[in-house]
Design a protein around this ligand. Structure first.
Ligand code: GCU
Length: 421
């Protein structure tokens, strides 16, 4: 064997054995002192250009579209801008929660070219809502099926999604404090993420993504793009309901669905408030901190959530043309509330607070002053902020009644002493 090629082989072997030890994709870090030095992209600079904007008009006309394009190209994939027609079937209504609300279940069908997909919706409408007194709405996908958010057998069982386990009726009640929401006058519209895009690397295209055969290439949208797209379709549907106040639609999501909620609100200005719960990496947390889950880790474990191009940045996160504070900035001047949990270091609570803080210049363009600290507040305290809001809850990665209570606490008021049921 020629000497050169045997040296080459040894080098290759050594690189293979030791690269994982030096690469950032190795173990996650939870040590604040090992957060690397980083510089965030300037929120007011147009990505890919030297130009820095200073007016709302230029923000909306130049910077916002460029930022949306950058997030589409490098992170979530391009949302197809095609006309999809929707029809509904299986509409049924029945009283729930002892008559405090009406459960309306509808199947939403999407048609595009000769393709079809459908999603089952559950709308929980306060009995007090009427066309004369339309209710504010909270839209959010659920993890395990509409039947898991309540023990009431009126909620239809979700069809099993390919490649996903099934969960029992009522098993996610803790995440959906419906009675308390209805008592506060909110309507809730939800659908199962598995109906929309099964959360599985082999099957994720079998839901709404099957409508878009041209969704290909390194910037194609993955499951998060599909979930976000569908959140907007739920807003379309809400716009047809006279008992819903379509000027007061909030979007909520926990964890991977929190990432989707932020991306939906960034693209769709009908969402006047977004509640991103424990959304972490590629949600509310800064990527450049490499604290907890990193771009390297998430693209290795969940490549199908994103545009394939995101994986190019696994080992060079500082070259990403954007960071997550700019996703939040895209939502300006609307309300963004990030909820973190004290033990959920994987999602980097401090990285989320810092991303919110760093989005401030976009809000300042609209004359909205924001004041957020750069250190985490005490857990379970009144949420910080007014338009850019943050709370830290004690406990683990989850969305609980205490989180909903924080999201619905009007800015400047004290939380009620009794947590919602
Ligand atoms: C995993 C993943 C996170 C995600 C979370 C969830 O932990 O790494 O990015 O937010 O699942 O959706 O619960």
């Amino acid at each position: 064997m020629p000497l050169r090629s045997s040296i080459g082989r040894w080098t290759l072997l050594i690189v293979h054995l030791f690269l994982p030890l030096v690469s950032t994709s190795a173990a996650p870090s939870y040590d604040e002192s090992s957060v690397p030095a980083y510089t965030l992209p300037d929120v007011l600079r147009v990505p890919g250009e030297d130009r820095r904007i200073s007016t709302v008009e230029d923000w909306e006309r130049i910077a916002r579209p460029a930022l949306l394009a950058a997030f589409s190209t490098h992170v979530y994939g391009h949302t197809p801008r095609v006309r999809v027609t929707t029809t509904t079937s299986d509409d049924s209504s029945q009283p729930i929660l002892g008559g405090k609300a009406l459960l309306r279940q509808t199947r939403l069908h999407f048609h595009h070219a000769d393709r079809k997909a459908s999603v089952d919706l559950a709308l929980i409408l306060p009995a007090t809502a009427s066309p004369a007194r339309p209710a504010p709405l909270i839209i959010g996908l659920n993890f395990w099926g509409n039947h898991t958010i309540s023990s009431d057998p009126a909620f239809r069982m979700a069809a099993p999604a390919p490649g996903m386990e099934t969960r029992e009726r009522g098993s996610m009640n803790r995440r959906w404090p419906l009675e308390s929401l209805v008592e506060q006058g909110y309507a809730v519209l939800t659908a199962f993420r598995g109906d929309v895009a099964p959360d599985n690397p082999t099957h994720y295209r079998s839901g709404v993504l099957s409508l878009f055969p041209d969704n290909t290439g390194p910037s194609r949208m993955g499951a998060i793009g599909a979930w976000s797209w569908t959140l907007s379709r739920l807003a379309d549907h809400a716009g047809t309901l006279p008992e819903i106040d379509s000027t007061r639609i909030s979007v909520i999501g926990h964890s991977r669905l929190g990432k989707a909620a932020l991306w939906a609100a960034a693209q769709d200005t009908r969402f006047v408030r977004v509640f991103a719960n424990n959304s972490g990496c590629m949600g509310g947390a800064l990527s450049r901190r490499e604290f907890g889950e990193t771009v390297a880790i998430i693209t290795r474990n969940f490549p199908y959530w994103f545009a394939p191009r995101l994986a190019d940045y696994a080992e060079r996160v500082n070259e990403l043309p954007i960071d997550q504070h700019q996703l939040i900035a895209l939502i300006a001047p609307r309300l963004v509330h990030i909820g973190a949990a004290q033990q959920d270091l994987w999602a980097d609570p401090r990285g989320e607070l810092l991303a919110l803080r760093a989005a401030a210049p976009a809000y300042a363009l609209y004359g909205i002053a924001t004041e957020l600290p750069d250190q985490l507040p005490p857990a379970d305290a009144t949420p910080l902020g007014t338009v850019l809001r943050f709370h830290l809850r004690t406990g683990r990665h989850d969305i609980l009644a205490a989180d909903w209570q924080a999201y619905l606490t009007p800015p400047g008021s004290r939380p009620t002493s009794r947590p919602p049921r």
